[in-house]
Design a protein around this ligand. Structure first.
Ligand SMILES: [Zn+2]
Length: 436
Protein backbone atom coordinates (compact mmCIF):
# COMPACT_ATOMS: atom_id res chain seq x y z
CA UNK A 1 0.00 0.00 0.00
CA UNK A 2 2.76 2.34 0.95
CA UNK A 3 4.44 1.57 -2.34
CA UNK A 4 1.32 2.55 -4.32
CA UNK A 5 1.13 5.88 -2.53
CA UNK A 6 4.79 6.44 -3.23
CA UNK A 7 4.33 5.65 -6.92
CA UNK A 8 1.39 8.04 -7.17
CA UNK A 9 3.47 10.71 -5.50
CA UNK A 10 6.35 10.14 -7.93
CA UNK A 11 3.91 10.24 -10.85
CA UNK A 12 2.39 13.54 -9.80
CA UNK A 13 5.83 14.99 -9.18
CA UNK A 14 6.85 13.94 -12.70
CA UNK A 15 3.71 15.62 -14.08
CA UNK A 16 4.57 18.87 -12.33
CA UNK A 17 8.13 18.77 -13.66
CA UNK A 18 6.92 17.96 -17.15
CA UNK A 19 4.38 20.77 -17.09
CA UNK A 20 7.11 23.21 -16.03
CA UNK A 21 9.41 22.01 -18.79
CA UNK A 22 6.68 22.49 -21.40
CA UNK A 23 5.95 26.12 -20.53
CA UNK A 24 9.17 28.10 -20.10
CA UNK A 25 8.62 31.44 -18.41
CA UNK A 26 8.66 34.33 -20.86
CA UNK A 27 11.73 36.51 -20.28
CA UNK A 28 11.04 39.51 -18.07
CA UNK A 29 10.57 42.79 -19.92
CA UNK A 30 11.89 45.99 -18.39
CA UNK A 31 11.79 49.56 -19.67
CA UNK A 32 14.29 52.01 -18.19
CA UNK A 33 13.34 55.64 -18.68
CA UNK A 34 16.71 57.43 -18.75
CA UNK A 35 17.13 61.19 -18.50
CA UNK A 36 20.38 60.92 -20.47
CA UNK A 37 22.28 58.01 -22.01
CA UNK A 38 26.02 58.42 -22.58
CA UNK A 39 27.40 57.01 -25.82
CA UNK A 40 30.82 56.04 -24.47
CA UNK A 41 32.30 55.85 -27.97
CA UNK A 42 31.55 59.48 -28.90
CA UNK A 43 30.96 61.15 -25.54
CA UNK A 44 27.57 62.38 -26.80
CA UNK A 45 24.44 62.34 -24.68
CA UNK A 46 21.01 61.28 -25.95
CA UNK A 47 18.26 62.73 -23.76
CA UNK A 48 14.90 61.31 -22.70
CA UNK A 49 15.56 57.71 -23.76
CA UNK A 50 13.96 54.35 -23.10
CA UNK A 51 16.11 51.24 -22.82
CA UNK A 52 13.97 48.19 -23.53
CA UNK A 53 15.31 45.04 -21.87
CA UNK A 54 14.15 41.49 -22.49
CA UNK A 55 15.57 38.88 -20.14
CA UNK A 56 19.26 39.62 -19.63
CA UNK A 57 19.76 41.56 -22.90
CA UNK A 58 19.04 45.00 -24.30
CA UNK A 59 16.35 44.72 -26.97
CA UNK A 60 16.22 48.32 -28.18
CA UNK A 61 17.12 51.89 -27.22
CA UNK A 62 15.45 55.00 -28.54
CA UNK A 63 13.75 58.26 -27.70
CA UNK A 64 10.97 57.93 -25.14
CA UNK A 65 8.38 59.29 -27.56
CA UNK A 66 9.23 56.71 -30.25
CA UNK A 67 9.61 53.79 -27.89
CA UNK A 68 6.53 54.31 -25.72
CA UNK A 69 4.19 52.52 -28.15
CA UNK A 70 6.53 49.53 -28.55
CA UNK A 71 6.98 48.60 -24.90
CA UNK A 72 4.65 45.68 -24.04
CA UNK A 73 1.92 46.19 -21.48
CA UNK A 74 3.02 44.71 -18.19
CA UNK A 75 6.72 45.53 -18.68
CA UNK A 76 8.32 46.70 -15.47
CA UNK A 77 9.36 50.34 -15.67
CA UNK A 78 12.32 51.90 -13.91
CA UNK A 79 12.43 55.67 -13.65
CA UNK A 80 15.94 57.05 -14.10
CA UNK A 81 14.64 60.20 -15.79
CA UNK A 82 16.70 62.41 -13.47
CA UNK A 83 19.89 60.39 -14.00
CA UNK A 84 22.65 59.77 -16.52
CA UNK A 85 22.89 56.17 -17.64
CA UNK A 86 25.99 54.44 -19.00
CA UNK A 87 27.23 50.88 -19.54
CA UNK A 88 28.24 48.74 -16.56
CA UNK A 89 31.86 49.46 -15.66
CA UNK A 90 34.69 46.99 -16.32
CA UNK A 91 37.83 46.45 -14.25
CA UNK A 92 40.56 44.52 -16.11
CA UNK A 93 42.77 43.90 -13.07
CA UNK A 94 41.24 42.60 -9.86
CA UNK A 95 42.13 40.00 -7.24
CA UNK A 96 38.73 39.35 -5.67
CA UNK A 97 39.96 36.45 -3.53
CA UNK A 98 42.60 38.64 -1.87
CA UNK A 99 42.65 41.66 0.49
CA UNK A 100 45.28 44.24 1.51
CA UNK A 101 46.32 41.79 4.23
CA UNK A 102 47.05 38.87 1.87
CA UNK A 103 50.62 39.79 0.91
CA UNK A 104 52.65 39.61 4.09
CA UNK A 105 53.06 36.76 6.56
CA UNK A 106 49.39 36.94 7.55
CA UNK A 107 48.55 35.73 4.04
CA UNK A 108 50.10 32.31 4.65
CA UNK A 109 47.38 31.56 7.21
CA UNK A 110 44.59 31.80 4.62
CA UNK A 111 43.39 28.48 3.20
CA UNK A 112 42.18 28.33 -0.40
CA UNK A 113 38.54 27.78 0.73
CA UNK A 114 38.83 30.87 2.94
CA UNK A 115 40.18 32.83 -0.02
CA UNK A 116 37.22 31.74 -2.15
CA UNK A 117 34.80 32.96 0.54
CA UNK A 118 36.68 36.24 0.78
CA UNK A 119 36.11 36.41 -2.96
CA UNK A 120 32.35 35.99 -2.54
CA UNK A 121 32.27 39.04 -0.28
CA UNK A 122 34.47 41.12 -2.59
CA UNK A 123 32.51 40.11 -5.68
CA UNK A 124 29.34 41.55 -4.16
CA UNK A 125 31.05 44.77 -3.09
CA UNK A 126 32.63 45.21 -6.55
CA UNK A 127 29.30 44.68 -8.31
CA UNK A 128 27.58 47.19 -6.02
CA UNK A 129 30.29 49.71 -6.98
CA UNK A 130 29.04 49.49 -10.58
CA UNK A 131 31.62 47.06 -11.95
CA UNK A 132 29.48 44.48 -13.72
CA UNK A 133 32.48 42.76 -15.35
CA UNK A 134 36.00 42.09 -14.06
CA UNK A 135 39.08 40.34 -15.34
CA UNK A 136 40.60 38.65 -12.29
CA UNK A 137 44.31 38.22 -12.96
CA UNK A 138 45.76 36.06 -10.23
CA UNK A 139 44.37 33.89 -7.46
CA UNK A 140 45.76 30.93 -5.55
CA UNK A 141 44.21 27.47 -5.54
CA UNK A 142 41.88 28.18 -8.48
CA UNK A 143 39.65 30.02 -5.99
CA UNK A 144 38.84 32.58 -8.72
CA UNK A 145 37.53 29.85 -10.99
CA UNK A 146 35.30 28.50 -8.21
CA UNK A 147 34.06 32.06 -7.62
CA UNK A 148 33.32 32.67 -11.31
CA UNK A 149 31.37 29.42 -11.50
CA UNK A 150 29.41 30.20 -8.31
CA UNK A 151 28.46 33.64 -9.69
CA UNK A 152 27.44 32.14 -13.05
CA UNK A 153 25.33 29.53 -11.23
CA UNK A 154 23.58 32.28 -9.27
CA UNK A 155 24.90 31.01 -5.92
CA UNK A 156 26.49 34.34 -4.98
CA UNK A 157 26.11 37.86 -6.43
CA UNK A 158 29.05 39.26 -8.35
CA UNK A 159 30.31 40.67 -11.62
CA UNK A 160 30.87 38.64 -14.77
CA UNK A 161 34.38 37.27 -14.34
CA UNK A 162 37.16 36.51 -16.80
CA UNK A 163 39.66 34.58 -14.67
CA UNK A 164 43.28 33.48 -14.92
CA UNK A 165 43.78 30.96 -12.12
CA UNK A 166 47.28 31.06 -10.55
CA UNK A 167 49.61 33.49 -12.35
CA UNK A 168 52.71 31.99 -13.92
CA UNK A 169 55.94 33.01 -12.19
CA UNK A 170 59.56 31.92 -12.11
CA UNK A 171 60.78 30.17 -8.96
CA UNK A 172 61.39 32.95 -6.44
CA UNK A 173 59.58 35.48 -8.65
CA UNK A 174 56.70 37.85 -8.02
CA UNK A 175 54.17 35.02 -8.05
CA UNK A 176 56.00 32.88 -5.51
CA UNK A 177 56.03 33.13 -1.70
CA UNK A 178 59.65 33.82 -0.87
CA UNK A 179 59.85 34.43 2.86
CA UNK A 180 59.40 30.84 4.07
CA UNK A 181 62.51 28.93 5.17
CA UNK A 182 63.78 26.22 2.76
CA UNK A 183 62.54 23.34 4.95
CA UNK A 184 58.96 24.28 4.10
CA UNK A 185 59.70 23.35 0.46
CA UNK A 186 57.02 25.78 -0.67
CA UNK A 187 56.39 26.81 -4.21
CA UNK A 188 53.21 28.68 -5.29
CA UNK A 189 50.85 26.89 -7.62
CA UNK A 190 51.59 29.10 -10.65
CA UNK A 191 55.37 28.61 -10.49
CA UNK A 192 56.83 27.19 -13.70
CA UNK A 193 60.31 27.41 -15.21
CA UNK A 194 61.71 26.67 -18.67
CA UNK A 195 59.93 26.49 -22.00
CA UNK A 196 58.41 23.08 -21.35
CA UNK A 197 57.49 24.01 -17.79
CA UNK A 198 55.57 27.12 -18.82
CA UNK A 199 53.83 25.36 -21.71
CA UNK A 200 52.59 22.70 -19.31
CA UNK A 201 51.44 25.28 -16.74
CA UNK A 202 49.47 27.25 -19.34
CA UNK A 203 47.77 24.04 -20.47
CA UNK A 204 47.09 23.04 -16.86
CA UNK A 205 45.48 26.41 -16.04
CA UNK A 206 43.26 26.09 -19.09
CA UNK A 207 42.40 22.50 -18.14
CA UNK A 208 41.13 23.74 -14.77
CA UNK A 209 39.07 26.57 -16.27
CA UNK A 210 41.23 29.66 -16.93
CA UNK A 211 39.75 32.14 -19.43
CA UNK A 212 42.94 34.20 -19.69
CA UNK A 213 46.62 33.59 -18.90
CA UNK A 214 48.49 35.89 -16.51
CA UNK A 215 52.24 35.80 -16.03
CA UNK A 216 54.84 37.78 -14.15
CA UNK A 217 57.20 39.31 -16.74
CA UNK A 218 59.15 41.27 -14.11
CA UNK A 219 59.57 41.34 -10.36
CA UNK A 220 56.91 43.02 -8.27
CA UNK A 221 56.33 45.36 -5.35
CA UNK A 222 54.30 43.28 -2.87
CA UNK A 223 56.56 40.22 -2.96
CA UNK A 224 59.72 39.44 -1.02
CA UNK A 225 63.20 39.90 -2.40
CA UNK A 226 62.60 40.31 -6.12
CA UNK A 227 63.33 43.39 -8.21
CA UNK A 228 60.46 45.08 -10.10
CA UNK A 229 62.90 46.69 -12.52
CA UNK A 230 64.25 43.33 -13.77
CA UNK A 231 62.68 40.89 -16.20
CA UNK A 232 61.61 37.48 -14.92
CA UNK A 233 61.37 34.81 -17.61
CA UNK A 234 63.56 34.73 -20.70
CA UNK A 235 62.43 35.84 -24.13
CA UNK A 236 61.94 32.17 -25.10
CA UNK A 237 59.82 31.42 -22.03
CA UNK A 238 57.60 34.48 -22.59
CA UNK A 239 57.12 33.51 -26.22
CA UNK A 240 56.22 29.94 -25.18
CA UNK A 241 53.61 31.25 -22.70
CA UNK A 242 52.00 33.55 -25.25
CA UNK A 243 52.07 31.07 -28.14
CA UNK A 244 50.61 28.25 -26.03
CA UNK A 245 47.85 30.49 -24.64
CA UNK A 246 46.97 32.01 -28.01
CA UNK A 247 46.93 28.62 -29.72
CA UNK A 248 44.33 27.52 -27.16
CA UNK A 249 42.25 30.67 -27.66
CA UNK A 250 43.27 32.53 -24.51
CA UNK A 251 44.57 36.10 -24.25
CA UNK A 252 47.62 36.92 -22.14
CA UNK A 253 48.14 39.59 -19.47
CA UNK A 254 51.71 40.33 -18.39
CA UNK A 255 52.51 41.91 -15.03
CA UNK A 256 55.45 44.16 -15.94
CA UNK A 257 57.13 47.10 -14.18
CA UNK A 258 60.65 47.33 -15.67
CA UNK A 259 61.10 48.75 -19.18
CA UNK A 260 63.14 45.73 -20.36
CA UNK A 261 60.52 43.22 -19.19
CA UNK A 262 57.75 45.28 -20.80
CA UNK A 263 59.66 45.20 -24.09
CA UNK A 264 60.20 41.42 -23.97
CA UNK A 265 56.54 40.78 -23.12
CA UNK A 266 55.28 43.06 -25.90
CA UNK A 267 57.58 41.41 -28.44
CA UNK A 268 56.40 38.00 -27.21
CA UNK A 269 52.89 39.14 -28.20
CA UNK A 270 51.01 39.72 -24.93
CA UNK A 271 47.60 41.39 -25.12
CA UNK A 272 48.13 43.71 -22.16
CA UNK A 273 50.87 45.13 -19.97
CA UNK A 274 49.75 45.42 -16.35
CA UNK A 275 51.16 48.30 -14.21
CA UNK A 276 53.89 49.48 -16.65
CA UNK A 277 55.70 51.45 -13.93
CA UNK A 278 58.97 52.05 -15.80
CA UNK A 279 57.42 52.25 -19.27
CA UNK A 280 59.67 54.22 -21.65
CA UNK A 281 59.35 55.66 -25.16
CA UNK A 282 60.63 52.48 -26.80
CA UNK A 283 57.98 50.40 -24.98
CA UNK A 284 55.27 52.92 -25.87
CA UNK A 285 56.23 52.87 -29.57
CA UNK A 286 56.23 49.06 -29.63
CA UNK A 287 52.86 48.88 -27.86
CA UNK A 288 51.28 51.37 -30.26
CA UNK A 289 52.68 49.47 -33.23
CA UNK A 290 51.30 46.15 -31.99
CA UNK A 291 48.07 47.39 -30.41
CA UNK A 292 49.06 46.18 -26.94
CA UNK A 293 46.88 47.55 -24.14
CA UNK A 294 48.27 49.31 -21.08
CA UNK A 295 46.42 48.54 -17.81
CA UNK A 296 47.99 51.16 -15.55
CA UNK A 297 46.55 50.50 -12.00
CA UNK A 298 47.32 54.01 -10.70
CA UNK A 299 44.88 54.76 -7.86
CA UNK A 300 46.42 52.09 -5.64
CA UNK A 301 49.35 54.36 -4.81
CA UNK A 302 47.20 56.87 -2.93
CA UNK A 303 45.75 54.25 -0.60
CA UNK A 304 48.84 52.06 -0.27
CA UNK A 305 51.32 54.79 0.65
CA UNK A 306 48.91 56.04 3.33
CA UNK A 307 48.43 52.57 4.84
CA UNK A 308 51.70 50.87 3.97
CA UNK A 309 52.88 50.37 7.57
CA UNK A 310 49.60 48.84 8.79
CA UNK A 311 49.31 45.86 6.45
CA UNK A 312 51.84 43.39 7.85
CA UNK A 313 54.11 43.84 4.82
CA UNK A 314 57.82 43.01 5.04
CA UNK A 315 60.34 45.91 5.17
CA UNK A 316 61.47 44.98 1.67
CA UNK A 317 57.91 45.29 0.28
CA UNK A 318 57.42 48.65 2.01
CA UNK A 319 60.68 49.99 0.62
CA UNK A 320 59.78 48.89 -2.90
CA UNK A 321 56.33 50.50 -2.67
CA UNK A 322 57.88 53.82 -1.65
CA UNK A 323 60.46 53.66 -4.47
CA UNK A 324 58.49 52.34 -7.41
CA UNK A 325 55.06 53.93 -7.12
CA UNK A 326 56.02 57.64 -7.37
CA UNK A 327 58.22 56.90 -10.42
CA UNK A 328 55.33 54.97 -11.96
CA UNK A 329 53.10 58.05 -11.74
CA UNK A 330 55.50 60.11 -13.87
CA UNK A 331 56.08 57.40 -16.48
CA UNK A 332 52.41 56.47 -16.80
CA UNK A 333 51.39 60.11 -17.01
CA UNK A 334 53.80 60.41 -19.94
CA UNK A 335 52.33 57.24 -21.50
CA UNK A 336 48.79 58.68 -21.23
CA UNK A 337 49.83 61.59 -23.45
CA UNK A 338 51.35 59.28 -26.07
CA UNK A 339 48.11 57.74 -27.31
CA UNK A 340 48.83 54.17 -26.22
CA UNK A 341 45.61 52.13 -25.79
CA UNK A 342 44.48 52.15 -22.15
CA UNK A 343 42.10 49.75 -20.38
CA UNK A 344 41.07 50.40 -16.79
CA UNK A 345 42.49 48.10 -14.11
CA UNK A 346 42.71 48.75 -10.41
CA UNK A 347 44.64 45.90 -8.74
CA UNK A 348 41.85 46.01 -6.13
CA UNK A 349 43.08 43.85 -3.22
CA UNK A 350 46.09 46.15 -2.88
CA UNK A 351 43.41 48.50 -1.50
CA UNK A 352 39.90 47.62 -0.31
CA UNK A 353 37.50 46.30 -2.95
CA UNK A 354 34.65 48.62 -3.88
CA UNK A 355 36.85 51.69 -4.33
CA UNK A 356 37.49 50.68 -7.96
CA UNK A 357 35.71 53.78 -9.33
CA UNK A 358 38.50 55.99 -7.93
CA UNK A 359 40.71 54.81 -10.80
CA UNK A 360 38.84 57.11 -13.23
CA UNK A 361 39.63 60.30 -11.31
CA UNK A 362 43.23 59.31 -10.75
CA UNK A 363 43.81 58.64 -14.46
CA UNK A 364 42.27 62.04 -15.27
CA UNK A 365 44.49 63.73 -12.65
CA UNK A 366 47.46 62.14 -14.44
CA UNK A 367 46.50 63.56 -17.82
CA UNK A 368 44.08 61.12 -19.45
CA UNK A 369 41.10 63.08 -20.88
CA UNK A 370 37.86 62.23 -18.98
CA UNK A 371 36.10 60.59 -21.94
CA UNK A 372 39.17 58.41 -22.56
CA UNK A 373 39.16 57.36 -18.90
CA UNK A 374 35.49 56.34 -19.24
CA UNK A 375 36.30 54.48 -22.47
CA UNK A 376 39.16 52.70 -20.65
CA UNK A 377 36.61 51.34 -18.16
CA UNK A 378 33.94 50.41 -20.72
CA UNK A 379 34.46 49.99 -24.46
CA UNK A 380 38.27 49.52 -24.36
CA UNK A 381 38.09 47.07 -21.47
CA UNK A 382 35.50 45.02 -23.36
CA UNK A 383 37.83 44.96 -26.37
CA UNK A 384 40.76 43.77 -24.24
CA UNK A 385 38.62 40.99 -22.77
CA UNK A 386 37.44 39.92 -26.23
CA UNK A 387 33.90 40.65 -25.06
CA UNK A 388 32.95 43.54 -27.36
CA UNK A 389 29.96 41.50 -28.52
CA UNK A 390 28.37 41.45 -25.05
CA UNK A 391 29.54 44.29 -22.74
CA UNK A 392 31.12 47.76 -22.80
CA UNK A 393 28.42 49.73 -24.63
CA UNK A 394 24.63 50.04 -24.46
CA UNK A 395 23.43 48.48 -27.70
CA UNK A 396 20.74 45.98 -28.72
CA UNK A 397 21.90 42.39 -28.23
CA UNK A 398 24.34 43.19 -25.42
CA UNK A 399 23.86 42.32 -21.77
CA UNK A 400 21.67 44.76 -19.86
CA UNK A 401 24.59 45.79 -17.64
CA UNK A 402 23.80 49.37 -16.71
CA UNK A 403 24.85 51.97 -14.15
CA UNK A 404 23.46 55.41 -13.41
CA UNK A 405 24.89 58.52 -11.76
CA UNK A 406 23.40 61.86 -10.73
CA UNK A 407 25.10 64.39 -12.99
CA UNK A 408 27.51 64.54 -15.92
CA UNK A 409 30.29 61.90 -15.61
CA UNK A 410 32.27 63.35 -18.54
CA UNK A 411 32.44 66.73 -16.78
CA UNK A 412 33.19 65.02 -13.45
CA UNK A 413 34.48 61.44 -13.55
CA UNK A 414 34.48 61.36 -9.74
CA UNK A 415 30.73 60.70 -10.01
CA UNK A 416 31.71 57.15 -10.99
CA UNK A 417 33.05 56.59 -7.47
CA UNK A 418 29.49 56.47 -6.23
CA UNK A 419 26.97 55.11 -8.72
CA UNK A 420 23.34 55.30 -7.62
CA UNK A 421 21.98 52.43 -9.71
CA UNK A 422 23.42 49.11 -10.88
CA UNK A 423 21.81 46.49 -13.11
CA UNK A 424 23.50 43.27 -14.21
CA UNK A 425 21.91 41.16 -16.91
CA UNK A 426 18.53 42.84 -16.50
CA UNK A 427 18.40 42.35 -12.72
CA UNK A 428 18.61 45.38 -10.42
CA UNK A 429 21.55 45.02 -8.03
CA UNK A 430 21.45 48.42 -6.40
CA UNK A 431 19.03 51.31 -6.56
CA UNK A 432 19.83 54.30 -4.41
CA UNK A 433 18.29 56.70 -6.88
CA UNK A 434 16.16 59.27 -5.09
CA UNK A 435 13.65 59.58 -7.92
CA UNK A 436 11.67 56.39 -7.34
ZN1 LIG B 1 47.70 42.47 -9.58
Amino acid sequence: MKRVVFLIWIFSLAQVCFAQAKAPATPAEVAIHAGRVLDVRTGKYATDQIIWIEGDRIKAIGSASEMASKIPVGAKTIDLSKNTVLPGLIDCHTHLTMTPYSNGLSGVRLSYPRQALTGARNARVTLEAGFTTVRNVGAAGYADIALRDAINAGDVPGPRMVVSGPPLSITGGHGDTNFLAPQFNWSDDGVADGVEGVQKKVRENIKYGADVIKFMATGGVLSEGDNPALAQYSEEEMKAIVDTAHSLGRKVAAHAHGAGGIKLAVIAGVDSIEHGSYINDEDIALMKERGTYLVPTVYLEDWLIENVNALGLTPNMIEKAKTVLPIAQQNLSHAFKSGVKVALGTDAAVYPHGLNGHEFGKMVDMGLPPLEAIQAGTVNAADLLGWSDRVGTLEPGKFADIVAVDGDPVANVHLLENVSFVMKGGAVVKDASATH
